[in-house]
Design a protein around this ligand. Structure first.
Ligand SMILES: O=C(O)c1ccccc1N[C@@H]1O[C@H](COP(=O)(O)O)[C@@H](O)[C@H]1O
Length: 240
C-alpha cells in the first residue's frame, strides 16, 4: 500500500502507532487496525531507535501487509541526509517531530522527487503552540499534515503520555488550513473528551505510543484494537 496523503479519503480517520522495531511489531499493528506505523531514526537515545537498514526492512514488511504505511519519525534536520534515507528506504511519509524550521521542509520538498507526505509536529506547552508564529511559513514550505503533540514542562517531546486539552487544540487549529493528527496520551477511553476535535473537518486521525503498549513497554494488541474502536479509525470495523 502507498497512501500518499493526497489520495487519502478524508472521512477515514487514521490510526498511527509509533515505535515498531521488529517485523513481529509491524505484523501485530497491521492485524490490530493501525494504518500507519512510525519507525524512528535520528531520535537520539530513543528506546525504539532503528538503523536505516532496519527502517528499510521494516518499511518493506509494513507495505507487504497491504494495510500499513511506514512513516519515518525523526528529529533530523539535515536535508541531504533525509533525502538519502528516503531514497534508500522508499519511505513516502515523514514525521518531523523536533523543531525543524520551515526552510528544512521547503528544501526537502525540492530535493525529493517522489510523492512524499510531510507531517510536521506542532508542540503545545502549557496549552500554547510554540511554533505558532511559523505556522503560515510551514504551510508555504509544503507541510501536508500537522501533528499536535505535548511538550512537557521539562521539555520532553514525543511519547510523553500527556494529554492536550480539547480547548487548546481548538485554539490552534484555526491558524492553519491543513489537516491535522492528534497525539498525546491517546487511549481507548478518552475519545469522548475530544468530541469537538474529532468533529472538526481538518481532523484526520490520531497518533499513539504510550497507550498502545502494556506495562512491559510492548505493543498490546487489545490496547490498539480498543483504540481503533474507541476512536472509530479507518479500520475499526475490521478489528471490532
Ligand atoms: O514515541 C516516542 O518515544 C517518540 C520519540 C521521538 C519522537 C516521537 C515519538 N513518538 C510520538 O509521541 C507521540 C505520542 O506519544 P504518547 O502516545 O503520548 O506516548 C506521537 O506523536 C508519536 O509519534
Amino acid at each position: 500500500m502507498r497512501t500518499g496523503f493526497k489520495r487519502h479519503k478524508a472521512d477515514r480517520k487514521l490510526l498511527k502507532v509509533c515505535g515498531a522495531t521488529t517485523k513481529a511489531d509491524v505484523e501485530l499493528l497491521a492485524g490490530a487496525g493501525a494504518d500507519l506505523v512510525g519507525l524512528w531514526h535520528g531520535v537520539a537515545d530513543g528506546p525504539a531507535e532503528v538503523s536505516v537498514d532496519e527502517v528499510t526492512t521494516l518499511a518493506e514488511a509494513a507495505r507487504a501487509t497491504g494495510r500499513l504505511e511506514p512513516t519515518l519519525v525523526t528529529f533530523l534536520s539535515d536535508v541531504d541526509t533525509l533525502r538519502q534515507i528516503i531514497e534508500r528506504t522508499g519511505i513516502s511519509w515523514i514525521q518531523l517531530h523536533a523543531y525543524q524550521m520551515p526552510g528544512v521542509i521547503a528544501a526537502l520538498r525540492q530535493s525529493v522527487s517522489t510523492d512524499l507526505t510531510i507531517v510536521k509536529v506542532l508542540h503545545l506547552k502549557n496549552g500554547k503552540c510554540l511554533e505558532r508564529p511559523l505556522i503560515k511559513a510551514y504551510e508555504r514550505a509544503g507541510v501536508d499534515v500537522f501533528l499536535l503533540d505535548v511538550v512537557t514542562a521539562s521539555g520532553q517531546i514525543g511519547s510523553t503520555g500527556q494529554r492536550l486539552q480539547a480547548s487548546d487544540v481548538a485554539n490552534v487549529v484555526p491558524t492553519f488550513s491543513k489537516p491535522f493528527l492528534l497525539a498525546g496520551g491517546i487511549s481507548a477511553h478518552n475519545s469522548a473528551d475530544y468530541e469537538t476535535v474529532v468533529q472538526h473537518p481538518q481532523f484526520h486521525g490520531i497518533d499513539v505510543d504510550t497507550g498502545a503498549r502494556n506495562h512491559s513497554g510492548r505493543f498490546e494488541r487489545k490496547n490498539i484494537t480498543d483504540i481503533s474502536r474507541g476512536w472509530r479509525t479507518a479500520r475499526y470495523v475490521e478489528v471490532a
